[in-house]
Design a protein around this ligand. Structure first.
Ligand SMILES: Cc1cc2nc3c(=O)[nH]c(=O)nc-3n(C[C@H](O)[C@H](O)[C@H](O)COP(=O)(O)O)c2cc1C
Length: 370
């Protein structure tokens, strides 16, 4: 064989092995289970209060790639007093399954009772919020405040575990502040009390949402865990998701804010993890999603609630669109849902000349309410 043929053969073999290694690496991201609930693919839509309601979760599930969705946090006080506003947050559609419903509070008995209520509502998984940094929640002793009261946390875990049969998980931050990072201690306490999964956001309560999430804490939790671990914080691209799996060894990756402006993100992560590539999102895809989703919001919610929600979601979805700031300004000044949708439609028509389905969606979304 001439030297150049040998070199070619070696090069081909090297490329083949590199490709196989790369695919093996992606293929190793397999489904995992929380109790008997399979999370497949191992990608989770994080709870984001005010955004990830049932309509948004349904839209994300429809795009594909999402193995689990988690409800926005619901107050145990509101649940146990059967307040309509709180109960509304727990509504979900069958197409969202498997779904985890998240509760927060600080009283073990009330936490147990609300866990029982959400289990009866059909939650596949019940999740306890131990990460919320908001003053109102922390002042009442709930959310991330519980990370600095482990004796109370043990009582809560035991009470909730004893009250339900559904798989039980917790979502934590890495600790209260940087001097008291105790995620591994909380993991051990959780395991000791029969909790079956843990999601870790790599920021402390005092970090709020500043700086970068510290994935090394997530890796430490995974190293020490007997239960499945979901890593969370600052996953904004398929490459980030792959890196989080690789650098921390987690069983699943949970994604929040990135999905609000790019609803395809979880689908892109799933594709990238299984094949090494992900389809990019076009302006037309985004415009159609905005028309369809915001039109659906308009039809499913009462006018003032719908308008507020449309402004919030529209603001996030318009990120990355050319002239997005101008669009947000227009949308925010809309006084009615009709005004909102026609501003949106005008703007998108200028941007995307041929938008299949836009006219049909527009006609549908502009129909008077029945
Ligand atoms: C506006 C907002 C609302 C949130 N609401 C919740 C919530 O209800 N429950 C919860 O556990 N985490 C909540 N989070 C935290 C997210 O689930 C997630 O942990 C955090 O945003 C970091 O992940 P990300 O970088 O992928 O967004 C919220 C975050 C934001 C920004």
């Amino acid at each position: 064989m001439c030297p150049s043929t040998v070199a070619d053969t070696l090069l081909t073999r090297k490329l083949f092995l590199t490709e196989r290694l790369r695919l093996n690496c992606y293929n190793s991201r397999q489904m995992f289970k929380i109790g008997d609930v399979g999370i497949d693919p191992p990608l989770v839509l994080a709870p984001v209060a005010g955004h990830t309601d049932t309509l948004f979760r349904q839209a994300i599930k429809q795009l594909g790639g999402c193995g689990l969705v988690v409800s926005e946090l619901v107050s145990t006080e509101g649940m146990t007093r059967h307040q309509e506003r709180t109960l509304h947050l727990t509504r979900f559609d069958e197409s969202e399954r498997p779904i985890s419903l998240q509760v927060f509070g600080s009283d073990p008995d009330r936490m147990a009772e609300s866990a029982r209520i959400v289990e009866e509502m059909g939650a596949d998984i019940v999740d306890i919020n131990l990460g919320c940094p908001v003053k109102k929640v922390v002042k009442q002793g709930g959310g991330s405040n519980l990370l600095r009261d482990l004796p109370l946390l043990r009582r809560i875990f035991k009470a909730v575990r004893g009250a339900i049969r559904a798989p039980l998980t917790v979502k934590i931050r890495s600790g209260w502040d940087r001097d008291s990072i105790n995620a591994v201690e909380v993991l051990k306490l959780a395991e000791d009390c029969g909790i079956q999964g843990i999601a870790v956001h790599g920021r402390t309560r005092c970090d709020m949402f500043r700086g970068r999430a510290d994935w090394s804490v997530i890796a430490r939790v995974k190293e020490n865990a007997l239960i499945p671990v979901m890593g969370n914080g600052d996953v904004c691209s398929p490459e980030d998701a792959e890196r989080m799996f690789r650098e921390t060894g987690v069983d699943g990756v949970m994604i929040g804010r990135g999905v609000l402006s790019n609803p395809w993100l979880i689908r892109q992560c799933a594709d990238y993890l299984s094949s090494g590539t992900a389809k990019s999102v076009t302006l037309a895809d985004k415009a159609e999603f905005m028309m369809t989703f915001l039109g659906r919001v308009r039809h499913r919610l009462p006018e003032p609630v719908a308008l507020g929600k449309m402004k919030k979601s529209g603001g996030c979805l318009s990120k990355g669109i050319p002239g997005g700031a101008r669009l947000r300004e227009r949308l925010n000044s809309a006084r009615t849902v009709d005004e909102f949708l026609s501003s949106l439609s005008d703007f998108l028509s200028d941007l995307v000349p041929r938008l299949p389905a836009r006219d049909a969606q527009l006609a549908e979304s502009l129909k008077p309410r029945g």
